[in-house]
Design a protein around this ligand. Structure first.
Ligand code: IPM
Ligand code: MG
Length: 369
């Protein structure tokens, strides 16, 4: 049987640096665990714009549809702020999500013991934290129409975006959340603004419908998203799985990320419907952005990107044990006090570079054999 295929889109800013460390990990699995991948690489975001004049070439889009999984670094940077909205680096990412129909975005927020002191919240609030945010990723206000900026007869302007959700869009992402919950703490909290938005009322009713008809064994609660934001910083361990829409999910997942100590630690998986080979359409990317302020300096933390590859092992390639091996290797390195600059506490010390962090993780993987 052919090796599973991966398309690497490292993108902009720190994307290529952190992805270089992931490539070492991929090679390690080929050499040491007999898990070889066919890896191809291409451009996305500003890097693609520089070459093709668009943030995602059609050929790259077609390739992404064919492979078993896409690994994405990050997109964007100040150099591209002046571009027309339609060719901004972010449009490349949004096109991948939409055309691959990656409707379920899994954003786990786990607090590693060694980092419990690094959160801006008190240690006892975050120690042992393990929550999963499931963000709807292909609809809502990110894609709804009408949208745009129009000029009124009097010269004033109007900006419009539209929040739209259909029954099926809500039900399918709710199912993803309930499925995950069954394999974790068996609890789902759904967040919307049903007190102000009709789409929020529909969201609440449809999630409830999926629960009552298909997952009555899972505990379901509903919360307004603003309260959800507050509860996330007040008592985050009350949550197991959170399911929410595209925009609330964007905001709440950044908030949850910070609970864990650094945005440099958070991976994500974006999953769609099963392909002919039974694997879900999938893209894996760190939650952090391109961090142009530190790009090219070897300061970036590669862990979020490496943990995203661990999610690929688990969700695309049925290698849960190998994913756990990689996560444990990272835990070990952190417990040994190895820190990139973003993880330095007030007591200071000498941070390791991006490459050194990757090497330490490889060492820990070797030690796991
Ligand atoms: C994210 C990012 C993206 C989003 C941007 C880069 C378009 O913030 O993945 O959370 O808003 O979805
Ligand atoms: Mg975001």
């Amino acid at each position: 049987m052919a090796n599973p295929s991966l398309l690497i889109l490292a993108g902009d800013g720190i994307g290529p640096e952190v992805m270089a460390e992931v490539k070492k990990i991929i090679s390690w699995y080929g050499d040491k665990r007999g898990l070889a991948f066919d890896v191809s690489e291409d451009l996305v975001g500003g890097a693609a714009y520089d070459v093709h004049g668009v943030p995602l070439a059609d050929a790259t889009m077609a390739r992404a549809q064919e492979v078993d999984a896409v690994l994405l670094g990050a997109v964007g940077g100040p150099k591209y702020d002046v571009l027309d909205f339609s060719v901004k680096p972010e449009r490349g990412l949004l096109r991948l999500r939409k055309e691959m129909d990656l409707y379920a975005n899994l954003r786990p927020a786990q607090c590693f013991d060694a980092l419990a002191d690094f959160s801006s919240l008190k240690k006892d609030v975050v120690a042992g934290l393990d929550i999963m945010i499931v963000r709807e990723l292909t609809s809502g206000v990110y894609f709804g129409t009408p949208r745009g900026i129009t000029t009124q007869p009097d010269g004033s302007r109007v900006g419009i975006n539209t929040q739209v959700y259909t029954t099926e869009e809500i039900r399918r992402v709710a199912r993803s959340a309930f499925e995950l919950a069954r394999r974790r703490g068996n609890k789902v909290c759904s967040m919307e603004k049903a007190n102000v938005m009709e789409s929020g009322i529909l969201w609440r009713e449809e999630v409830q419908w999926v629960h009552d008809n298909e997952y009555p064994d899972v505990e379901l609660s509903h919360m307004y998203a603003d309260n959800g934001a507050m509860q996330l910083v007040r008592r985050p361990k009350q949550f197991d799985v959170i399911v929410t829409d595209n925009l609330f999910g964007d905001v709440l997942s950044d908030c949850a990320a910070m609970l864990t100590g650094s945005l440099g630690m958070l991976p994500s998986a974006s999953l769609g419907a099963p392909m002919a080979n039974g694997r879900p359409k999938a893209m894996y990317e760190p939650v952090h952005g391109s961090a142009p302020d530190i790009a090219g300096q070897g300061k970036a933390n590669p862990i979020a990107c490496i943990l995203s590859f661990a999610m690929a092992l688990r969700y695309s390639f049925d290698q849960g044990d190998e994913a756990t091996r990689l996560e444990k290797a990272i835990e070990k390195v952190l417990a040994d006090g190895v820190r990139t600059a973003d993880l330095m506490g007030p007591e200071g010390g000498k941070p390791v570079s991006t490459t050194e962090m990757g090497d330490k993780i490889i060492e820990a993987l070797n030690a796991s054999l």
